[in-house]
Design a binder for this molecule. Structure first.
Ligand SMILES: CN(C)c1ccccc1CNc1ccc(C(N)=O)cn1
Length: 246
């Protein structure tokens, strides 16, 4: 998968993608990242990329032409069709389902806004999708772009080994992950649940599923559609609630 990032700080996103699983995905050729700086397409000595907003008010707005030219240069760098995504607080919420959809594209162009954002005419002409990573304001779209790069990189075939993909799977199934424990068994901070030491793999799987269901019910009831749960999961959740409420 190829990702082109249009940003005044293109190195920002490249740095975020240089470590761990995402860095390894790049080394394995599963992901290629390219930065395009609108300032390189801004004419004259001052190389302006922003200007004052029509209608007055504080802050600056990113100019159309440097962004347009940077996006077109990115498009031209690879023959495949690109989906252009603008990271903005005004975007649709990014979910794992949306990440899966994005990860299936051969190419993405991620547009990172700074200042107060981008001239609306550029958005209308060039952007396919506006996405938000959450309801909060960042000083630029680069962190949001780095989140998208990380999330789609992990879904590239061959990016994760078995252990890593197990961690990925829990949220993929729409539930929160169960608790995890490792050595030592006894520690001043507490002990390890007996079931995990039992070697009884059916019981361990049952306990983990119950914990995932229970935690989702407690922490993110919005993720839990109890109607869609099978008979076995409903029984596990009832058992969790009985223990929790006793
Ligand atoms: C400068 N701002 C406020 C701005 C305004 C408009 C567009 C982009 C930006 C860049 N900032 C962002 C970007 C994304 C998110 C998010 N939640 O995905 C939060 N902040």
């Amino acid at each position: 998968m190829r990702v082109d990032v249009v940003s005044l700080f293109p190195e920002f996103v490249a740095q975020c993608a240089a470590f761990g699983v995402v860095g390894r995905a790049q080394e394995r050729g599963l992901l290629s990242l390219h930065g395009w700086n609108p300032r390189d397409y801004a004419p004259g000595n001052y190389r302006r990329v922003d200007d004052r907003p029509f209608g007055g008010g504080p802050g600056m707005v990113m100019l159309i032409d440097p962004l347009h030219d940077a996006i077109e240069a990115a498009r031209a760098a690879d023959p495949r069709e690109a989906k252009v995504v603008y990271l903005t607080p005004q975007g649709a919420r990014l979910t794992q389902a949306k990440v899966r959809e994005l990860a299936a594209h051969p190419r993405l162009i991620l547009l990172c806004g700074r200042y107060e954002g981008v001239d609306e005419r550029l958005i209308e002409a060039e952007v396919d999708e506006e996405l938000s990573i959450g309801d909060y304001v960042l000083s630029g779209g680069e962190l949001a772009a780095a989140v998208v790069v990380d999330a789609v990189a992990r879904l590239q075939e061959g990016a994760l080994n078995d252990a890593e993909s197990a961690a990925q799977d829990s949220f993929e199934h729409g539930l929160l992950d169960c608790p995890h424990y490792t050595r030592p068994v006894e520690h001043p901070l507490g002990h390890v649940p007996e079931v995990l030491l039992s070697g009884n793999h059916a019981e361990i799987a049952r306990w983990r599923r119950m914990e995932s269901l229970g935690r989702t019910w407690l922490r993110r009831p919005d993720l839990l559609d109890e109607q869609a749960l099978g008979k076995a999961d409903r029984a596990l959740l009832d058992a969790f609630r009985a223990r929790y409420l006793q």
